[in-house]
Design a protein around this ligand. Structure first.
Ligand code: SF4
Length: 453
């Protein structure tokens, strides 16, 4: 109990003193950061969302890259650096030096490649030996990559990884028939099937795919209940911009909300703190794009604003909706108004004033106790395997949207009370709902009294 009270006190003090938010381990939403070593690629896949090729594109200079890796380390919240491209093996010296520096700083690393360099197993080992401390190699292969790089290269790279004890992931992009498209690659790699894992994703209608792939062939899914899985995969491009994901947002023209800043103008930890705390990003991660869209629509109604929206059912995937929300001038303007509205609805009272008031009126200690009690109950609920689903808080989101964590805890405590009730087989004893409710509260109070002791 003492421990709970002191952690509750710390929590309240943090909030009341408006302490700078720390983004160390466990507090930041993403644990890895992608570094696009170069935009260039030696091949020209039809589905490439970055439209990479061998002619155009920038690369990181070593000094900037080294500075970035050091800032990643200093941020304390990112534990893994993903070297991507383009084709990062075209910048082999910087790749080697970058992985070595990460290794010295205790950061995990992954490197993506099309394995063009693995034309023999011997050469694959030669290329990977200087970076045998790489945590994972990600090899892209599918019908598009295989127009340029034979699957034999992929096998050689997998075998080299096995020899050097580097974890290996094969990444497959598919069109409208994922089962057979992924199955075909598995069949090609059956000789080495024990030595790699698979990761797959649909081709996105972005970049070169928009002109070179028939839209009808692109895999489409219902986006109603989809939360974007790419939001934890931040990416830094060679010009220093930091994006919320490594997906199509990187290619959208102009300024937009998913470009969080530029490491050439500000420190990485400042950008990451912004990404962690920004209300739009928090809502997006927690509630998803559809909920954001509903808020935009509601704001449009409130303000009598005519909103011309694309049809959700015609969108192939969540990235299409994301692009609409963050690049359509009307939608982004309304989204800003939603956030403004939320901020305006909070009275302009400083936390110090609240604390002073509570201390003077004797309300501070009971508040601490109540927080500690809630923490105790939440912990006990978690230990019983109870959880709050993503959907449940959404049902009451409108009333509580500024107090997400409080709401989650309250739901969990509600479930916990129900669990206590069902364990006590109350329904057999009480048929009157009011008596039952009172008994539940008594049971809960009784449990708390025991727990607090
Ligand atoms: S939905 Fe948006 S944030 Fe997620 S991967 Fe697509 S573009 Fe990036």
């Amino acid at each position: 109990m003492k421990e709970n009270l002191s952690s509750a006190e710390n929590l309240l003090n943090d909030v009341f003193n408006n302490k700078k938010h720390r983004i160390d381990e466990g507090q930041f939403y993403a644990d890895s950061l992608g570094v696009m070593l170069t935009e260039k690629c030696n091949i020209r896949c039809r589905h490439c969302m970055f439209s990479s090729d061998s002619n155009n594109g920038a690369s990181f200079e070593w000094d900037t890259l080294a500075g970035l890796i050091n800032e990643i380390y200093e941020s304390g919240c990112v534990k893994k650096v993903r070297f991507t491209g383009g084709e990062p093996f075209l910048e082999i010296e910087k790749l080697y030096r970058g992985i070595t520096l990460c290794n010295e700083l205790g950061l995990k690393t992954t490197a993506g490649t099309n394995a063009y360099w693995a034309y023999s197993e011997k050469n694959a080992i030669r290329m990977l030996s200087p970076i045998s401390n790489l945590t994972e190699l990600h090899i892209s292969t599918d019908s598009f990559h295989q127009e340029f790089v034979p699957v034999e290269n992929v096998k050689n790279a997998i075998l080299a990884c096995h020899q050097l004890k580097i974890k290996c992931l094969v990444r497959i992009a598919y069109l409208h028939d994922p089962v057979s498209e992924i199955g075909a690659i598995e069949e090609q790699l059956k000789d080495v099937q024990e030595l790699y894992q698979i990761n797959h994703q649909p081709v996105l209608p972005s970049g070169r795919a928009t002109t070179q792939i028939d839209r009808e062939l692109i895999y489409a899914y219902n986006i109603e209940n989809v939360l974007c899985g790419g939001l934890g995969r931040l990416l830094v491009t060679p010009d220093g911009r930091v994006f919320a994901c490594c997906g199509p947002a990187v290619c959208w023209k102009g300024d937009h909300h998913l470009c969080h800043g530029n490491i050439r103008h500000e420190r990485l930890d400042v950008i990451l703190q912004w990404a962690e705390r920004d209300p739009v990003m928090r809502m997006l991660r927690r509630w998803g794009h559809i909920r954001l869209l509903e808020l935009i629509q509601r704001q449009a109604t409130i303000e009598n604003h005519v909103l011309i929206m694309p049809s959700i059912s015609e969108m192939t995937g969540i990235c299409s909706l994301c692009e609409y929300i963050f690049t359509d001038a009307n939608a982004t303007w309304l989204l800003k108004r939603v956030v403004q509205d939320m901020e305006d609805s909070t009275p302009d009272t400083s936390m110090e004033q609240v604390v002073d008031y509570l201390r003077c009126t004797g309300g501070f200690a009971p508040a601490l106790q109540e927080v500690a009690r809630r923490q105790l109950a939440v912990k006990a609920a978690g230990e019983r395997g109870l959880a709050v689903s993503e959907k449940e808080p959404q049902l009451v989101f409108d009333a509580w949207r500024k107090y997400e964590e409080y709401l989650e805890d309250s739901l969990l405590i509600f479930k916990f009370k129900q669990a206590l009730a069902s364990e006590a087989k109350l329904e057999k004893i009480f048929t009157d709902p009011q008596c039952r409710e009172a008994a539940i509260e008594l049971l809960y109070a009784d449990w708390l009294a025991g727990a607090v002791k």
